[in-house]
Design a protein around this ligand. Structure first.
Ligand SMILES: Nc1ncnc2c1ncn2[C@@H]1O[C@H](COP(=O)(O)OP(=O)(O)OP(=O)(O)O)[C@@H](O)[C@H]1O
Length: 260
């Protein structure tokens, strides 16, 4: 499955009648099994782009379409947000089952998927717990299991780990890579964290300040499983510096323009 974003521009109505261009002429293809990470300054339109791919918003112009779906149906999209949006009154398994009920799956298939994805995210034994009984990292795992259980064609993740402490975040990044190796889902991932982008991505898309445009797309040519190892630390730092350099230059240009 390939997601094609073609000449997409998004404008929102501004406060005093004029319109605000959030994204300008975005062209990007997310290839099958590819993990694409969007980085860029606050307000550059990362969430807007993700929400358009997820069908929650429509582009003002341009188009977003999917190639390679074999059946005649809309693509199934799994979404994980920072605010996971679990139902506090439902147990973990009931939260995960929610999407499965919506799909109209049989009780037997629901039970199978629940078991498969609880195992995948390492939450076996917590089926009957309520969200408030779990740590932040565990709640995020429930969110990931819920998104995966619908067996989506595409996974969209909007800063899923930004509310976690640094150690949990590192562990969750490792787990996410592991899950990605098992599912090979085409993924679009938004983060502010450059280290996280370099650790997870096949390609990092660097967006400019608003109106968001693509400044550069950087392929991360390091074996995914070894990116955390000492052998790759210099190369890792080089990629991170390069991305930071692009974002920084854009911010400095903005400051200069503001002064002149
Ligand atoms: N519903 C809306 N109505 C009007 N303007 C909006 C709306 N949603 C977003 N915007 C504006 O569009 C721009 C892009 O917002 P968006 O949330 O996509 O950026 P972002 O890069 O995800 O930001 P952050 O990194 O801070 O989460 C911002 O200037 C924001 O104020």
């Amino acid at each position: 499955m390939r997601i094609v974003i073609e000449d997409v521009t998004k404008t929102y109505p501004g406060t005093n009648g004029e319109s605000l261009t959030a994204l300008d002429q975005i062209n990007l293809t997310i290839n099958p099994e590819e993990f694409v990470v969007l980085v860029g300054p606050s307000g550059c339109g990362k969430s807007t782009l993700l929400n358009m791919v997820g069908g929650l918003l429509s582009p003002s112009s341009g188009s977003i379409y999917v190639e390679g779906l074999t059946e005649d149906r809309d693509p199934a999209i799994g979404v994980v947000f920072q605010e996971i949006g679990l139902f506090p009154w439902r147990t973990v398994s009931q939260n995960i089952a929610f999407g499965l009920e919506e799909l109209g799956l049989s009780a037997e298939e629901q039970a199978k998927r629940l078991s498969r994805y609880m195992t995948l995210v390492g939450l076996n034994g917590f089926e009957q717990s309520y969200p408030h009984q779990l740590s932040g990292g565990m709640r995020q795992r429930v969110g990931i299991a819920r998104a995966l259980a619908i067996e989506p064609d595409v996974l969209l993740m909007d800063e899923p780990f930004s509310a976690l402490d640094a150690q949990t975040r590192t562990l969750m990044q490792e787990e996410l890579l592991d899950i990605w190796h098992k599912t090979r889902l085409s993924t679009l991932y938004v983060t502010h964290n450059i280290q996280e982008a370099v650790y997870l991505a096949d390609r990092v898309v660097v967006l400019s300040r608003r109106p968001g445009r693509i400044i550069r797309i950087i392929s991360i040519e390091m074996p995914k499983r070894e990116r955390g190892s000492a052998a790759y630390s210099a190369q890792f730092a080089e990629y991170a510096d390069k991305i930071w350099g692009l974002i920084r230059k854009d911010a400095e240009d903005a400051l200069r323009e503001g002064i002149s």
